[in-house]
Write a protein that binds this ligand. Structure first.
Ligand SMILES: C[C@H](O)[C@H](O)[C@H]1CNC2=NC(N)=NC(=O)C2=N1
Length: 96
């Protein structure tokens, strides 16, 4: 069973993810991505979807035209876990 990060682990993880914000209410991390157009946004979502399937870890997200809002939390742990941190790092490699 995967466990949520404690406060110290979370602080350390967030230090390594400067582009992500912490959502206290959800014990989650969020990041908004903006692309040139819908096609670029959807291409990004396709890549993240493949990563998510491979990791068996899935984002909560929404898309409006060229923007994709991503929220990562671990439902099985009831909060932010190492899986979210790993996935955020992987997602960042697609855009940074
Ligand atoms: C059965 C399956 O492995 C689990 O439901 C996985 C699927 N994807 C998941 N994604 C996320 N974000 N959190 C989970 O706890 C989770 N659990």
């Amino acid at each position: 069973m995967i466990e949520a990060l404690n406060e110290q682990e979370r602080a350390d993880a967030l230090d390594g993810l400067p582009d992500w914000d912490y959502d206290d209410a959800r014990d989650a991390i969020t990041r908004s991505f903006t692309f040139e157009n819908f096609s670029e946004a959807f291409a990004f979502m396709t890549q993240v979807a493949l990563m998510a399937e491979k990791a068996d870890h899935h984002p909560e997200w929404s898309n409006v035209y060229n923007r994709v809002d991503v929220l990562l939390t671990t439902h099985d742990a009831g909060g932010l876990s190492a899986r979210d941190v790993e996935m955020a790092g992987q997602i960042d490699t697609l855009v940074d």
